[in-house]
Ligand binder design. Structure first.
Ligand code: 4AD
Ligand code: MG
Length: 431
């Protein structure tokens, strides 16, 4: 009896009789031989069929089998240094599970819109496959980093009555007889979690009605958000740079093949070693002024500004102390210069821009109340959040890392849309 194996483990089964279940990726033939490239999600292997080994009608069928037909091959694994993955399969039996219709995605160039309309199929191609494998690795690494440091995962709700990141990008929905929003960030709930567990994080989808069409914005994206009690801005930055270094190392170690498929210059990723440069907002503003960028002191940095700044460094750079007026209501003011916030944005190198936003939170009850008023936020919806400043308030800090922006940078992609299995943008809800 043939053992059923996955292609990734083929080398452990040299000379064994095995069965591989997959899909036809490519095929060629020459005389009495057909070469079928089979993929099963774990890898690709070449199956070699010799005409005399299988019934004539099956051989004929295989000759004309369309790409993406599903099939099971039985045969012997033989080591072959020239073959992809170091082995090939000498096929003794073929079971065609389904003969596919003509596959719409061919090796010829397709436009991005066409490919995005066929995203459910496009996921099968090697580049998309590599990106999503790296995405998985990044998520796993981020979670391992916090788990190893003793953080507790505390899931934040998706429906919420409170805006965290300003009221202009809220998705509103009817919640029985109330109004609810899709969450923009789990942060406020993590602050409650930190006061209960000390060190917490959440990982989940977040939503923003981003009306601008850019290479960096999705309307639905995933964030990992740690929050730590008794933590200041500097300790928060230590945590963030430690996490990013850990993630990059993990990807370099475990996803070499995928990085190769993406033709990623790994020498640039190998430079991602702590410490990362830390820059005051004023120093970053100076870089922009020296570069004659169209930037006004006191403003937030735009995508173009971030590119100019991050291009100056070969490591991620952490920019602190933005003017309080361009940041969210919960940011703690710098006691030395109260119109600047104790906040940090981490910009990825190679012009990728912001991947992390975070900082120290306002822990004083009266100041927080004033800020909620100043931002015109409904006090009622924040009653529970204000409670956290009444019952054992402590200095605390945290951050959020956008998974998709991080995937785009580590994979070296020029657009965020390929970093998530099914992207959602202002113009895309299908498939
Ligand atoms: O800087 P942001 O808005 O910070 C927060 O939401 C904080 N409440 C997080 C925290 O402190 N717990 O967003 C954090 C990160 C950004 O740096 C970026 O990587 C990502 O989320 N992000 C987006 N990614 C894709 N599409 C969008 N529209 C994004 N908006 C933010
Ligand atoms: Mg931000």
């Amino acid at each position: 009896m043939a053992t059923k194996i996955y292609i990734t483990s083929a080398l452990e089964h040299v000379e064994d009789e095995v069965k591989i279940s997959g899909w036809l990726y490519n095929k060629t033939h020459k005389g009495k031989l057909i070469f079928l490239m089979i993929r099963d999600g774990t890898g690709i292997i070449q199956g070699v069929i010799f005409k005399n080994d299988i019934p004539e009608d099956i051989f004929e069928k295989c000759l004309h089998l369309p790409q993406e037909s599903s099939l099971e091959l039985t045969g012997k694994v033989v080591a072959d240094k020239r073959a992809k993955g170091g082995a090939e399969l000498q096929v003794k039996d073929v079971k065609i599970v389904q003969e596919a219709q003509e596959y719409p995605i061919s090796p010829k160039e397709h436009g991005v819109d066409f490919l995005m309309d066929h995203r459910h199929l496009w996921l099968r191609s090697s580049k998309q496959h590599a990106i999503l494998k790296i995405r998985h690795e990044i998520i796993k690494a981020a979670r391992d980093y916090f788990d190893d440091l003793g953080f507790t995962l505390v899931d934040a709700p998706i429906f919420t009555p409170a805006a965290c990141e300003g009221t202009t990008t809220l998705f509103e929905t009817d919640y029985f007889d109330q109004k609810a929003y899709l969450t923009q960030s789990g942060q406020l709930y993590m602050e409650a979690g930190a006061m209960a567990f000390g060190k917490v994080y959440c990982f989940g989808p977040t939503f923003r009605a981003e009306k601008s069409k850019t290479r960096r914005h999705l309307t639905e994206f995933w964030m990992i958000e740690p929050e730590v009690a008794y933590c200041d801005l500097n300790q928060d930055m230590d945590l963030a740079e430690g996490m990013v270094e850990f993630i990059v190392r993990r990807v370099l170690k475990n996803r070499q093949q995928e990085l190769e498929i993406l033709e990623r210059d790994v020498s640039l990723l190998e430079k991602i070693v702590r410490p990362f440069p830390r820059l005051h907002y004023n120093e970053a503003a100076k870089i922009l002024q020296d570069a004659k960028a169209d930037f006004v002191y006191g403003d937030d940095f735009g995508g173009g500004d971030e590119t100019i700044i991050s291009n100056k460094f070969d490591k991620p750079v952490m920019i602190t102390h933005y003017p309080a007026q361009v940041k969210a209501f919960y940011m703690k003011a710098d006691p030395e210069q109260p119109d600047h916030a104790l906040c940090v944005d981490m910009l990825a190198p190679e012009g990728y821009g912001e991947i992390i936003g975070g900082g120290q939170r306002e822990d004083d009850l009266d100041i927080l109340l004033k800020k909620i008023k100043a931002h015109n936020l409904p006090e009622e919806a924040f009653k529970w959040y204000i409670d956290l400043r009444k019952y054992g308030s402590v200095p605390h800090a945290g951050f959020g890392m956008g998974i998709e922006r991080t995937v785009a940078w580590i994979c070296g992609l020029n657009h965020i849309r390929e970093t998530i299995p099914f992207p959602r943008t202002i113009y895309r809800l299908y498939p």
